[in-house]
Design a protein around this ligand. Structure first.
Ligand code: TXA
Ligand code: MG
Length: 330
């Protein structure tokens, strides 16, 4: 766990915007108002900053995050737009609509922020303070709602302070958020489908598309019976094709090793390839490396990936959650 911080609360003026940008550039965490709810922002391209964000929220799992950008042109660097997606962006951006789209090959957003998926959630907020920060920072900012995991979304700076005081560097206070509910999320991976109701009504989206939204498919549900899940779970998960062997205390011939910490297990020299999540045993660094290391070893043509035990405190709980899912038989 990281040491407690002093959380500064600054009224949203130009000095506060400049301070927010400095904090983001240094890999820190800034809460700021959007038109929907307050978001907790981090540099989307900095895996360690994103790992710190999950830790500050106390998320027991790595849900993929929304990348916030200043406009459609910036969004096109991150994601591929179908004709439907472009129509929705032109109609509702800036505003409370998030689009889930295929990631571009060159997308600079950290793997951890998209939980290793090939899709990415993108949003262009309309709130003047959010826009000023995005414009000045000039890189994508991931921002989940600025509450502790399991709490309701904050619509005032005081809510953020109550939840995240001592865990983040800065809160930019821009008053109450006008919409008060989160953005509507529509996936445009094939036919447009609503993943979360929110600030833009279904009817308005269907009018813009000139067709009804499709039913949510099994790809976005985890329950085998297709039962609706909590909003944060409406997502398919990245899963490696290579089987994982967890809590490995040794390495067999032909295996790759996903290591953690300075001391490698018995017979590690047998490993076809070794990647260490964190040589120093730092769980924040390990989280930042998790999906990219899994992908790299998955592509190494090995029969199994042996994974060393990961401590179950701090971000270790989310790392173990993801590894357990990835190891589950399919
Ligand atoms: O109004 C909002 O959208 C606020 C403000 C701060 O912008 N943000 C927000 O973020 O509500 P968050 O992290 O609380 O909710 C994001 C939702 C999660 O349910 C997540 O599972 C989903 O978006 N999501 C993100 N990326 C996804 C993806 N690639 N596929 C499917 N769902 C995704
Ligand atoms: Mg939330």
């Amino acid at each position: 766990m990281t040491a407690p911080l002093v959380t500064r609360v600054s009224k949203a003026d130009s000095a506060a915007i400049a301070e927010a940008v400095r904090v983001l550039e240094a890999g820190g965490l800034v809460a700021f108002p959007t038109e929907t709810v307050y978001g907790l922002g981090a540099d989307a391209t900095n895996g360690q900053a994103v790992a710190r964000l999950y830790e500050a929220k106390g998320r027991p799992a790595f849900n993929p995050l929304i990348a916030h950008v200043v406009g459609l042109e910036a969004a096109r660097l991150l994601a591929r737009f179908s004709a439907d997606a472009a129509r929705l962006a032109e109609t509702f951006w800036p505003g409370p609509l998030t689009l889930v789209l295929p990631r571009t090959v060159a997308c600079p957003v950290a793997d951890l922020a998209t939980a290793g998926l090939d899709s990415i959630a993108v949003r262009v907020p309309s709130h003047a303070v959010a826009r000023a920060i995005l414009e000045a920072f000039a890189k994508p900012v991931v921002a989940p709602s600025a509450n502790r995991s399991g709490h309701v979304s904050p619509t005032a700076a005081a809510h953020v302070l109550a939840d995240l005081g001592g865990r983040i560097e800065l809160i930019v206070d821009g008053g109450a958020t006008p919409v008060g509910v989160e953005s509507t999320i529509v996936a445009c991976l094939d036919e447009p489908v609503m993943l979360r109701p929110g600030g833009v009504a279904r009817e308005a989206i269907e009018r813009a598309l000139a067709k009804p939204l499709a039913q949510r498919s099994a790809e976005f549900t985890r329950a085998a019976d297709g039962a609706p899940l909590a909003p944060g779970m409406l997502v398919s998960h990245y899963a490696p094709r290579t089987p994982l062997r967890l809590d490995a205390v040794g390495v067999a011939d032909g295996e790759a090793l996903l290591a953690f910490g300075p001391i490698l297990p018995d017979r590690h020299a047998r490993a076809v390839r070794v990647l260490n999540l964190s040589q120093a045993g730092d769980l924040i660094e390990a989280a930042a490396n998790l999906f990219s290391h899994l992908r790299a070893l998955d592509g190494a043509g090995v029969k199994t990936i042996a994974v060393m035990p990961i401590p179950h405190h701090g971000l270790g709980e989310a790392i173990n959650d993801r590894l357990t899912r990835a190891a589950a038989p399919r």
